[in-house]
Design a protein around this ligand. Sequence first.
Ligand code: NDP
Length: 311
Amino acid sequence: MALLIETGLSDWMTDEDIARDIRKLAPELDVRTPDTLGNADEITMVAMVQMREDHLMRLPNLQLLQKLGAGVETILGHPSLPDHMRVARLKPDAPAQGIAEWFLAYILRTQRNMAFHETAQASAEWLPKAPVFSPDTVVGVLGLGHIGARTARMMDAVGFRVLGWSRSEKQIDGVTCHHSPDALPEVLEQCDHVCAILPSTPETIGLFDAAMLARMKPGSQLLNAGRGDLIDEQALIAALDKGTPGHAVLDVTSQEPLPADSPLWLNPSVTITPHVSGWYLGDALTDVIQNFRNLTAGAPLLHEVNRTRGY
Ligand code: NDP
């Protein structure tokens, strides 16, 4: 039984970097990369970011697709994913902390008028402008899972009023939690900043259409680090023109990389970051190692994805 590392990405850690780190932590494991593949029949687990079209055909004894990340929609949506194939994801601390910080950075950028002061400095102008007082600010967090719950707690620690929204009922200290589709518009109406960290599922795709965007508070800010397909981007551009919401900060877009001719790039009401909010794997490789051991031993997997629920 062997573990293949094949991320499918060229602009992140290399397969050899990841394999080397895993071998350091668990020298006894048979860890391979595409360059050291050997007998493909021996591969039982692949650790990857983007599913390759030929993974399923090339590796006849594959049992587990281990996502080196959280979003599994492209794996579950693969037309030839066999019923027996297991899928696991990661829930590491480092990217959850990173994404919570990304949300906080872009909220504080607005609260503290950072863009305004940078522009004023460029023309040597001394222009005092009142920052927004944190206790008067309502931050909504959509998705209260591994990353969302951490984000909501960070927002509470900063001193914002925090509302949360998820599929099932939750209790988080300092956060007023709501659940179910009906509750979402009521949450949106109250929020100055909405932090979306939801998975891509049939229920969330296109959730932010023109009607939902219109339920946001005028002038508020929509921040999305979950998946780009949450937002109807044409409807967003039209909604921003009307000022509801007033600004969007997008770490994820419906097409990635975002095409150079996308109108989102040059829209002054949009801030784009290229899917960098949760960059570091941090402690995650220990879970990959544990999952390879568990798979080999027939033990339950860490963070196995519920294929029916979609996350
Ligand atoms: P979790 O599975 O831990 O949490 C998902 C949350 O979304 C849960 O609270 C869940 O509710 C909620 N949810 C799911 N469907 C619905 C729905 N229909 N209505 C309301 N709430 C819903 O995932 P993570 O927090 O680890 O990650 C979330 C997503 O973030 C990932 O799926 C991925 O797409 C994205 N991501 C983006 C990254 C980036 O770099 N930009 C990096 C990592 C992740 P409940 O708790 O009730 O089940």
